[in-house]
Design a protein around this ligand. Structure first.
Ligand code: ATP
Length: 128
């Protein structure tokens, strides 16, 4: 009988997926760096609790989309190998589109959260 996977196994496999994606996917590295910058800026500007919630949602959305994109690419490559196929293109383009959509709305959230306190700061420093 097949050995039952423990919660530890489940989390280890999931973490392996995050680490493998972080070490091989350039876009994921870029998004990780941007997420770190967003968290730093949020802390420096002392954004309110609700805004932290929005930022965490945006970060989770973008990183999840990147991980799903990597999963789709790997599954498609496994299936078609080096062959070109319109369905492979459709799957990869849709997965890339999911990353684009999540990054676009995350950027909107960033603007909504950061522009007002940055404007206030700029006014208090006499820049505006
Ligand atoms: N087997 C295939 N058949 C048809 N079109 C493909 C195939 N593989 C890739 N493509 C097209 O080439 C594009 C780029 O594919 P690729 O596998 O290089 O992904 P990528 O977006 O460059 O990956 P990464 O996120 O790692 O930069 C896809 O979005 C798709 O339009």
């Amino acid at each position: 009988m097949e050995k039952r996977r423990t919660w530890g196994d489940v989390f280890r496999n999931a973490w392996d997926g995050v680490r493998a994606t972080a070490s091989t996917e350039r876009n994921f590295k870029v998004h990780l760096a941007l997420c770190a910058a967003v968290l730093l800026l949020g802390a420096l500007l002392r954004v309110p609790r609700l805004d932290w919630g929005l930022l965490c949602l945006a970060i989770g959305l973008v990183l999840s989309a990147e991980l799903m994109n990597t999963a789709v690419e790997a599954a498609v490559n496994l299936t078609v190998g080096d062959r070109l196929h319109p369905l492979a293109k459709k799957a990869k383009d849709a997965a890339a589109g999911a990353v684009l959509a999540s990054a676009f709305f995350a950027a909107l959230i960033g603007l909504i959260v950061f522009v007002p306190p940055l404007l206030t700061l700029a006014k208090s420093w006499g820049w505006l």
